[in-house]
Design a protein around this ligand. Structure first.
Ligand code: ZN
Length: 128
């Protein structure tokens, strides 16, 4: 069980991370507003365009993950794996405060196999 002091510390880290990610979005909007149509053409033709887009997608994914983690703090479920509901290793949370899954479920997800939670849900869906 996590203390309120620990939760406050994680909330601060997550809020800071969220504002950092938000700053990245504002910079991109400034670029679009300031650039002339010719500049935009050049940007779109640039070979690193795909890289920029995938970076923005990663950014958007992380905004979603950080917001979800803040929601879990409010809901009192922060630090629990959303897959198996076991406590996530504290070192893992310190390194990745927005982690949704414990290391076991994360590895299962990366290997493309379902978490126990999703397997049981699928079984339920099949039975329904
Ligand atoms: Zn898990």
């Amino acid at each position: 069980m996590m203390t309120s002091i620990e939760l406050d510390a994680f909330r601060r880290v997550l809020t800071t991370r969220l504002s950092e990610l938000g700053t990245g979005f504002r910079k991109r909007e400034d670029l679009a507003v300031d650039a002339s149509p010719d500049d935009l053409d050049r940007i779109q033709q640039a070979s690193d365009h795909d890289f920029v887009v995938s970076g923005l997608e990663r950014n958007a994914n992380q905004v979603r993950e950080v917001r979800a983690a803040l929601d879990r703090i409010d809901a009192g479920t922060f630090g629990e794996c959303t897959g198996c509901e076991e406590a996530i290793n504290r070192k893992r949370l310190a390194a990745v405060p927005w982690a949704e899954l414990c290391i076991v479920c994360q590895q299962a997800a990366e290997q493309g196999t379902d978490t126990p939670f999703r397997e049981s849900k699928t079984a339920f869906d099949l039975a329904a």
